[in-house]
Design a protein around this ligand. Sequence first.
Ligand SMILES: *Cc1c(COP(=O)(O)O)cnc(C)c1O
Length: 396
Amino acid sequence: MLVEAARTAINAGAPESARQIADDAARRRLLRPVINGTGTLLHTNLGRAPISWDQAEQYSNLEFDLTTGERGSRMDAAPALIAQVCGAEAAIVVNNCAAAVLLVLASLAEGSGVVVSRGELVEIGGGFRVPDVMERSGARLIEVGTTNRTRLADFKRAVEQHGDAAAVVLQVHQSNYKIVGFTEAPRTAELATLSRPLVSDIGSGLADSRCSWLPGGPPGWLDNEPAARQTLEAGADLVTFSGDKLFGGPQAGIIAGRADLVAACAAHPLARALRPGSLVLGALQATALAYLNRDGDAIPFWRMASLSQDELRSRAQEIGVGVVVDVASTPGGGTLPGVEIPSAGVAVEGDQRNRLRNHRRPIIARVVDGRTVIDLRTVHPDDDSEIAAALTPGSD
Ligand SMILES: *Cc1c(COP(=O)(O)O)cnc(C)c1O
């Protein structure tokens, strides 16, 4: 990269610009740590849930059974722990939630149909539409109801009309949007009465609505977010969710629920194409163990989400540059639309986003009412000094 930068500079007749060109290239072309000052906890552009992961050069027992010395399964460790967290019989892990939905439908409804409400055929961001992903599974979508109102009777009629061709009932959580007003949708427990496997794509991945990993229990802002454990208890046969949203782990997709259906997914040829490697499974195992230890502080998303506004105000005071401001953090990541978590940070005059992005540790900030604001909820306390340095006039 340095040679390329030098050549570009020389060809432009400005050899002294080589350093600048190299720095720019490093910014554009290298994956690097950034400080998230936006207050969006699951910032999709910044990698969603922050994770801490580091390992020495090593082999692992990824697919080796240390008891028998025979071949083992990579789904025996982290996925089994996740099943335990969610109260599921079994679970497997794939690359992301879109892959989880794809694999479930390919395994349970390929060549037949999946019944789904018109109010739940959503676009998940980056231009990806769930219906397009679903159709790639080879399952036909049997759409029922309307955008705002779908009743159990609509599902019943479709199941009766299509018979065996309606192999699966799918419920998709409206994670990144809300339909308000004259609305109706059947509950999970009602859909579970339809004598077809019920798959609930909860997406955002709250493991258990009791939040036993938080000393204070569920925070108020969680609202009515569906949780994996309770959705299964209500009668869903499978749930699918992302590993890097409210679950707080690495990018992954989890399929959890009835053992026979999970086994059918694991046996489908696509499972091999969608499986994660040991880096992801290792990070997921650490996340699952933190849940089982009821140690929310060990999951960066939950630690950050639980910080009190007072704590954040005093950190802002400590930083000592600009003014201390109260702000509102958001869960982000296409979860909990409209939810705000009272937070605090520092603000400086004018739009300084460019300058902060060009800091040695890039800092991503927001501009509110002509001021640049850094929300400290999403900033690791170790990085406060970096923020103070970056905001100090003349520090460049
Ligand atoms: C986020 C989301 C997805 C996509 O998840 P990825 O892990 O980004 O693939 C699918 N379904 C729902 C309901 C979601 O919220």
